[in-house]
Design a protein around this ligand. Structure first.
Ligand code: BGC
Length: 787
């Protein structure tokens, strides 16, 4: 685990003040740069030592077989897995006759800074070689938001003390050897040498490599070029062979003199374009990068981020760690989605190989809610990506004897890549999650074009899935049987409450939109009868309830299952899935992650306030948070039911997941859902944001540890700025857009917020909660609210 405060608290930077080899891999994920298309892990420039080298391109994958001891009908035969592509970050340095390697000699100073406002990773080091030669190196890396195929590194070396002979080797390397991964089954499968060389080309100051994957047949091109500023007689030359290209720069530096190299990198990949076309594409991208130059790329990066922060920044007063963490989280969410452009946003973004680089429902239910209000164009792209996989989801539904679309539980490009049914395809709720993301996006943006072009079809095909997956019983009640909800410790059960409530909304939304867009719906074969059947199923949906205990049941019969023995489960047995057989988890009352509690967030309209409090108390005692997708939701509901301190503690757990490596697996990539969850915990938790009936509604209330919370939401043509203080909230349209006023709700009351002046309203105090919610033994929030 990264020790607390490994990165000093700073509102706009993540700074590492000394290199700690024990947490190198984690820091590579934390310091990963990406624009949603290219992802570079924060590996040291010289490549070694490393935790896990990583360079990724969105949707560049290899297929790997999914072997089964006993196969069954409909089991996927192969899975997609993200590939570590050609590494262009590598810059080795020979100082006199010693390679710069921080494991040797003396590291007099080492600092890395992720600058959240500029979008760069900066590194500064002062090194003394074993022979006593000293250099200072300063490098800055960026993955461009404005030129999506481009990354660049500015690398500067200064001789300290005596004159030095320097040889700098800047490289492109394919098929790097990867260290063995952990035994955790969730960690990506290692693929050895996945790339076949197709072309290698060198120019004087750079070169290019083109490779192809063996099975998926994707082609990748990587190119580099350098601008060198050094003393007289600096030499530049390049050579290459199949899997590597090396540009060698040599010079003799007098004390205080500097060598500066700007490395431009371009990446392109395709399943269809020819080799010459791809070669030209990266050549052109390099030319475009050089046109802007380092300063231009850096300036454009800053401008892009200025705009982003202007719309998306969240300001928190009272807890500086959360302030830093929520910005860090937003930065990674932006990185994952900014230029994904109709490609998936995966659970780790492009920061590591965890989960094979797959996208799950994390995208629609955790990342997209944040982007909907901060970067709506990225949501548009993500929905178009989902829609581009619709054919495959329809095929999958047919294989399963269902109608409509069965979206994959995990995938890169569309096919189901989960080999395990109970925690895979059985999690059919992903269909409703996709539908809800469409609903939320259209509501927030008014983008009727998307609704007509793809939204309707996504709603219709998911509604059809529910209509064929569920059934009316002899009393007319609608059931969805044999499914897995968000809680993966309860599998293949009847009437999961989250699934049923989300499916209910999916069915009703599909019927409403289909009747509004009649022509388009007719083209999809939707009749009035079909829409009526959707409404009918929705209105008769079973919502399991235990009358005796007066709480909802997460699935039918959940509350009568045997209790888990938390008292005798020691801390080292968590996460439970790595220490207990699934059959045991499945038949007891133990909850991996918010499920019913998640339903109370997104379908809060289906519960009374009293039910929410009782349910929260009941499930809080049984939820172990073995998934990082849980804390943020528990924060939202803890805030709603009035336990603001607990909400604060969960907010901190979600927000600090990667900065503190709380689950000890940040090495495989950051937890995108949890990072997005920090925003959700603040905005939906303490801000109380909900959109159940199409009206933006808030119920702001701060815990004693926070004195102020400010955030902005894009809503149609306006930007709503919300400024929450302990006793009051100020709503403003900022900047004043074309809309004169919008209607929203504050603690249940309708209010008009006008362009002319801000609206200030009091925050009613929270009712004290009795009994105080408790967690299972040993499972209190991982990082407590500061005292
Ligand atoms: C969680 C899932 C999640 C997946 C990827 C699992 O551990 O249980 O809900 O989608 O991780 O983040």
């Amino acid at each position: 685990m990264i020790r607390e405060r490994a990165y000093p608290v700073d509102p706009w930077h993540v700074r590492e003040v000394r290199l700690d080899m024990d947490v190198l891999a984690q820091s590579e994920s934390v310091f990963a740069l990406s624009n949603g298309h290219i992802g570079l892990r924060g590996n040291l420039d010289e490549g070694e030592p490393h935790g896990l080298p990583g360079t990724y391109l969105n949707s560049f994958y290899e297929l790997r077989p999914l072997p089964y001891a006993e196969a069954g009908f409909g089991f996927p035969e192969s899975g997609q897995t993200i590939v570590n592509v050609t590494n262009g970050k590598l810059i080795r340095l020979l100082v006199d006759d010693e390679p710069l390697d921080v494991r040797y000699g003396e590291l007099l100073d080492h600092e890395r800074v992720l600058d959240l406002r500029v979008g760069t990773l900066h590194r500064r080091l002062h090194w003394r070689s074993p022979a006593g030669r000293e250099v200072k190196v300063s490098s800055t890396r960026l993955v461009s938001f404005t030129q999506r195929s481009v990354a660049a590194i500015s690398y500067e070396v200064e001789a300290v003390g005596g004159p030095l002979r320097l040889i700098l080797q800047s490289q492109l390397v394919a098929n790097e050897a990867l260290p063995a991964q952990s035994k955790d089954p969730r960690v990506a499968a290692v693929l050895e040498s996945p790339l076949l060389a197709e072309e290698e080309l060198t120019t004087k100051d750079g070169g290019l490599l083109i490779h192809r994957t063996k099975v998926s047949g994707l082609r990748v091109a990587a190119a580099m070029a350098h601008e060198v500023t050094g003393p007289e007689h600096t030499t530049v030359d390049s050579e290459g062979y199949e899997d590597w290209v090396r540009t060698t720069i040599g010079c003799v530096l007098a004390p205080g003199q500097k060598l500066r190299v700007v490395k431009y990198l371009a990446y392109g990949w395709s399943s269809r374009r020819s080799l010459p076309a791809l070669r030209d594409q990266v050549g052109a991208a390099l030319a475009a990068a050089r046109l802007d130059g380092w300063d231009g790329l850096r300036r454009a990066q800053r401008e892009h981020l200025d705009e982003f922060w202007d719309a998306a920044d969240v300001r928190v007063e009272g807890d500086p760690e959360v302030q830093q963490a929520v910005r860090f989280g937003l930065f990674h969410v932006l990185q994952a989605g900014a230029r994904a452009e109709r490609r998936p946003i995966s659970a780790k973004g492009l920061t590591g190989p965890g989960y094979d680089g797959h996208a799950f429902w994390d995208t629609e239910m955790f990342v997209l809610p944040v982007l909907t209000y901060t970067q709506p164009h990225a949501v548009r792209d993500a929905l178009y990506w989902r829609h581009s996989t619709l054919d495959q989801a329809q095929d999958r539904a047919r294989t399963l004897n269902l109608r409509g679309a069965a979206f994959p539980w995990r995938t890169i490009e569309g096919p189901e890549s989960s080999a395990y049914w109970p925690a895979g395809t059985a999690a059919f709720h992903i269909a409703a999650d996709v539908a809800d993301a469409v609903r939320r996006y259209v509501l927030a943006t008014g983008d009727t074009q998307l609704e007509r072009e793809i939204g309707l079809e996504l709603l219709v095909e998911t509604a059809r899935l529910w209509r064929s997956l569920g059934h009316h019983d002899r009393h007319g009640r609608y059931h969805i049987d044999g499914v897995t909800g968000p809680d993966e410790y309860t599998a293949v059960k009847n009437d999961n409450i989250y699934t049923n409530l989300m499916a209910q909304r999916n069915l009703l939304t599909a019927a409403e939109v289909a009747m509004r867009l009649r022509d388009e719906a007719l083209d999809l074969g939707v009749t009035e009868e079909e829409a009526a059947a959707w409404r009918d199923a929705a209105h008769s949906m079973t919502i399991p309830y235990d009358e005796e205990l007066d709480v909802h049941e997460q699935v039918e019969g959940f509350t009568r299952l045997q209790e888990w023995d938390f008292e005798h489960t020691p801390p080292d047995k968590y996460p439970l899935l790595l220490h207990f057989p699934y059959f045991d988890l499945y038949r007891k009352q133990v909850v991996k992650q918010a499920d019913l509690v998640l339903a109370m967030h997104w379908r809060g309209d289906a519960f009374t306030a009293a039910q929410k409090t009782r349910n929260f108390n009941y499930y809080e005692r049984r939820t172990v948070r073995d998934s990082s997708l849980s804390a943020c939701t528990q924060a939202v509901l803890a805030a709603e039911v009035g336990d603001l301190q607990l909400a604060h503690a969960y907010l901190r757990e979600a927000a600090l997941m990667d900065l503190h490596d709380l689950n000890e697996n940040t090495r495989d990539g950051v937890h995108m859902a949890s990072l997005a969850g920090a925003w959700i915990a603040l905005v939906a938790g303490f801000g109380g944001l909900r959109d159940h009936d199409g009206t933006l509604s808030f119920a702001p209330r701060l815990p004693s540890g926070l004195t102020r919370l400010e955030f902005s939401l894009q809503w149609r043509q306006s930007r709503v700025h919300v400024d929450v203080r302990s006793h009051q909230t100020t709503y403003a349209l900022r900047p004043a857009g074309p809309v004169a006023a919008i209607e929203l709700r504050h603690h249940g009351e309708s209010v008009q917020v006008t362009r002319a002046q801000p609206t200030i309203l009091p925050n009613p105090p929270a009712e004290p909660l009795a009994p105080v919610p408790e967690q299972p033994a040993g499972r209190a929030p991982l990082t407590h609210a500061p005292q």
